[in-house]
Design a protein. Structure first.
Length: 145
């Protein structure tokens, strides 16, 4: 597992342009990846989780930037309450994973799970886009008739 990811790696994970990530930095004050000695952005796992939330809210749920900011504020309040419960679930899942797959490194299992979650998120986004395009085609067909 890497400690830091480049902006290009994060963009590739979500199948978005790096410019969108830089734009989100200006729109979401809580998204502030650090920069290395060369001035390049370095994203931590925590930064990536926030980017995934922003992506989900804006691209999959259709929130405006203002709406996404509000949802993140609300989510932050509930995260404080549920953090201990989530930690317990993660611990149980890690134990189950190492029991079921003793030959695999736990980190490899985590990485594979993260990749699958990102692929799922991207697939859901593509399905929503396709649904919207179909609706637009249907609407234009109805107007033509």
């Amino acid at each position: 597992m890497k400690l830091y990811y480049t902006i290009g790696e994060v963009a590739e994970m979500l199948k978005v342009n790096t410019s969108l990530l830089r734009f989100w930095e200006t729109e979401f004050p809580q998204l502030r990846p650090s920069k290395n000695s060369h001035g390049s952005r370095t994203y931590t796992e925590k930064d990536i989780e926030l980017v995934k939330r922003i992506y989900h809210l804006t691209k999959e749920c259709g929130y405006t930037l203002d709406g996404a900011r509000e949802q993140l504020k609300r989510r932050r309040k509930t995260d404080v309450v549920s953090e201990d419960m989530v930690s317990e679930d993660v611990l149980q899942n890690q134990t189950a994973a190492t029991t079921l797959f003793p030959d695999l490194e736990l980190q490899q299992v985590k990485d594979d799970l993260t990749k699958l979650q990102l692929q799922h998120t991207a697939a859901v986004g593509r399905l929503r886009e396709a649904r919207q395009q179909l609706q637009e085609l249907k609407d234009s067909f109805v107007e033509d008739v």
